[in-house]
Ligand binder design. Sequence first.
Ligand SMILES: Nc1ncnc2c1ncn2[C@@H]1O[C@H](COP(=O)(O)OP(=O)(O)OP(=O)(O)O)[C@@H](O)[C@H]1O
Length: 250
Amino acid sequence: MAERQLELSGVAVELGGRQVLHDVDLKLDESELVGLIGPNGAGKTTLLRTILALQPVRSGTLRVGGRPPAQARGRVGYVPQRHEFAWDFPISVEAAVLTGRAHLRRWGRRADSEDRETVRDALRRVGMADLASRPVGELSGGQRQRVLVARALAMRPRLLLLDEPFTGIDVPTQEALTDLLSQLRTEGTALLMTTHDLAAAAGMCTRLCLLNRTVVADDEPARLADADVWLRAFGLARSEQLLRILGGAT
Ligand SMILES: Nc1ncnc2c1ncn2[C@@H]1O[C@H](COP(=O)(O)OP(=O)(O)OP(=O)(O)O)[C@@H](O)[C@H]1O
């Protein structure tokens, strides 16, 4: 049976005294790729940060690999939005990816041969092995995205969270990333990805989870063909543009 990597049941989260998420139920097993879709401000990033134990759960239950999130940090990789990384920091690509292993190493200990081999392997997987010594500030947007993915892979996560990984990247990087996510799935990694690219998500995800403060719908893309579900998720009236974007899906 597939191993459960993530389970949320009735989860509520508050930010600044305001309830941002309520009654969130979500399950994710190994080898699943779930697209987290919702309008701006729906709580997608907050949900990822809560799974990473960066945000407390107000009520409900959250388990990562069967454990409370604070005890499961070593099994969750995170690819943040690109603007969240300090690209002006004067370090090489290799050093940036090595930071992905920092919490697996004892504080102050130097990187060993296993760390370096894991970093090289992660850079190979994202097609960046040739640029290992390049300063991160000199990279293009697509190359930066690859570095963030390699950094998350360097910890060999069982669960990988990706925040808008396809936003603003070139087509070759989109294709390479799509292939990589599919490979990770076949290796058993569970993947949860926020995206605004509905067409890409429908094409590659095993399930789509429509979030708007709570889970409005969660199913295989082909089974989410009802326009009303999408309209509810996005809080829209029937006439709006989303119906046209969804095209055949509605
Ligand atoms: N530190 C904070 N304090 C109070 N409210 C916050 C804080 N951070 C975010 N919020 C609010 O929480 C809600 C959810 O934000 P979040 O960033 O999780 O949404 P999102 O779905 O990721 O949006 P986007 O698609 O725009 O990235 C928003 O209304 C936002 O304004």
